[in-house]
Design a protein around this ligand. Structure first.
Ligand SMILES: Cc1cc2nc3c(=O)[nH]c(=O)nc-3n(C[C@H](O)[C@H](O)[C@H](O)COP(=O)(O)OP(=O)(O)OC[C@H]3O[C@@H](n4cnc5c(N)ncnc54)[C@H](O)[C@@H]3O)c2cc1C
Length: 337
C-alpha cells in the first residue's frame, strides 16, 4: 500500500474544497486492507474511509490517514425463482453499477440512478431518491474491521436502516470498511413512479427499468446542479420529520407547507428545501460559498470557497430556519474538521 504524504483532497470531494490529508492511501485489494490494518496498529492517528467524497464537507485539513476505497468488481452472486442477487465491491461507482444491473435485464435500482458516489458508501446513509431507498432492495454486506481485521457479514436487520441513517453511520464510522454489498432484485418488479416529476414524465409510457432510469436521470439533471460544473454535495440538509401536532401548527401558519405522512409512524416529513426557499436563501452568495439558484437545499462552491466558509453559510441557514419556523435543520453530509 503506497502512502502519499500531504496529499490534496480537492479532486476527491465533490465540493472541490482545497483541503489536504496528512496521509492518503488507495485501497485496491485485500493486501492493501491488511497493510492499512498494520499501519493503524503502528501509528496513533485517526483514519477516514473515503468513497467518492460526495457526502462530505472538509471544514479543515485532515490530520490523519484518508483511505480511499478503490475495490472493484461486480457479479451475479445467486438466483432463485423469485429474485437475482447482485454484488458489487465497495469502490464501484454507484451509478455505473445501477446501469449495469439494468443492462443485465434486472430491475429495482432504477429510481436511484445518477446518485454520485461509490457502492460501499451507499448503505451508510441508506441513499434514497424518488420514493425508493437502498434498503428496499438491500440483501447483505461485508465489512472489514480496521481495528482487529475481523471480516463480518451484515443482513438487513442488523444494518438498522432509517431515513438517511444506518448502524454504520451512527456506530462504526471509520472502523468498519464496507468491502462489498449484495442486492436482492425481484424478478417481478414493482415500479415506483408516483413521485412528483416522475409521474408526469412517465404518463402513458410502457414502464421498464430502463425507461424509469432515463426519466430519473433527466429529472435530476434538470433539478440538481452538477458537481462537474459547480462544487456541491447534493442536499445539504435532511428533510425534518415533525410530530403531527407540530406540523399542523406550522401548516396553519404556512398554507403551502409540504407534508408527507410517514407510513411507519404518526410523523410528517416536511421539505427542508421549501423552508430554506421561504427564508429567502436561494441564490445567496458570500464570496465563493453560497446556495444554488436551482435548488435551495444545495450549498455550492462557486470556485475557491473553503470548507469553513461553506459551513458558515450552513450555520447561518440553520439559525435562520430555527428563528423563522422553530425547526433545527440537520446537515446530511458528514462535516469533517
Ligand atoms: C449532486 C448530488 C446529488 C446527490 N443526490 C443524492 C440523493 O438523491 N440521495 C442520497 O441519498 N444522496 C445523494 N447524494 C449524496 C451522496 O451522493 C450519497 O450519500 C453517496 O452514497 C455518497 O457516496 P460517496 O462514495 O461519495 O461517499 P463519501 O462522501 O466518500 O463518504 C460518505 C460517508 O461514507 C463513509 N464511507 C465511504 N465509503 C465507505 C466504505 N466503503 N466503507 C465504510 N464507510 C464508507 C465515509 O467515511 C463517510 O462517512 C448526492 C450528492 C451529490 C453531490
Amino acid at each position: 500500500m503506497e502512502i502519499i504524504k500531504n496529499a490534496s483532497l480537492q479532486c476527491l470531494n465533490t465540493f472541490g474544497v482545497d483541503a489536504s490529508a496528512k496521509y492518503l492511501s488507495h485501497i485496491r485489494n485485500l493486501q492493501d486492507i491488511e497493510a492499512l490494518f498494520e499501519w493503524k496498529a503502528k501509528n496513533d492517528l485517526p483514519n477516514l474511509i473515503l468513497g467518492g467524497g460526495s457526502n462530505l464537507l472538509f471544514k479543515s485539513d485532515y490530520q490523519g490517514l484518508v483511505a480511499k476505497v478503490d475495490l472493484l468488481g461486480k457479479d451475479i452472486a445467486n438466483e432463485d425463482d423469485e429474485a437475482v442477487y447482485v454484488s458489487a465491491a465497495g469502490g464501484e461507482n454507484w451509478h455505473e453499477f445501477v446501469i449495469w444491473t439494468i443492462q443485465q435485464g434486472f430491475a429495482g435500482l432504477e429510481n436511484l440512478s445518477l446518485i454520485p458516489g461509490c457502492v460501499g458508501a451507499a448503505p451508510i446513509q441508506n441513499i434514497g431518491a424518488y420514493g425508493v431507498e437502498l434498503s428496499d432492495t438491500f440483501h447483505s454486506l461485508q465489512t472489514v474491521n480496521l481495528e482487529n481485521g475481523e471480516i463480518q457479514e451484515f443482513d438487513k436487520e442488523h444494518c438498522q436502516f432509517g431515513y438517511r441513517e444506518s448502524f454504520f453511520k451512527s456506530q462504526t464510522l471509520d472502523k468498519l470498511l464496507i468491502t462489498s454489498v449484495t442486492f436482492r432484485l425481484a424478478k417481478k418488479p414493482e415500479w415506483h413512479v408516483n413521485y412528483a416529476g416522475l409521474r408526469e414524465a412517465l404518463a402513458g409510457e410502457m414502464l421498464s427499468a430502463d425507461i424509469i432510469s432515463k426519466a430519473v436521470i433527466e429529472e435530476r439533471q434538470r433539478k440538481l446542479p452538477d458537481p462537474a460544473n459547480i462544487g456541491n454535495a447534493g442536499s445539504f440538509f435532511k428533510n425534518p420529520v415533525l410530530k403531527v401536532k407540530d406540523w399542523e401548527v406550522l401548516k396553519a401558519a404556512h398554507e403551502s407547507l409540504p407534508g408527507f405522512p410517514q407510513s411507519h409512524n404518526d410523523n410528517v416529513k416536511t421539505s427542508a428545501g421549501w423552508l430554506i426557499d421561504q427564508a429567502g436563501w436561494r441564490g445567496f452568495r458570500a464570496g465563493d460559498a453560497g446556495v444554488s439558484d436551482k435548488h435551495a437545499l444545495v450549498l455550492v462552491n462557486h470556485a475557491n470557497a473553503s470548507g469553513a466558509e461553506l459551513w458558515q453559510v450552513a450555520e447561518d441557514i440553520m439559525a435562520s430556519i430555527e428563528d423563522k419556523f422553530g425547526i433545527r435543520l440537520e446537515p446530511e453530509p458528514r462535516v469533517i474538521s
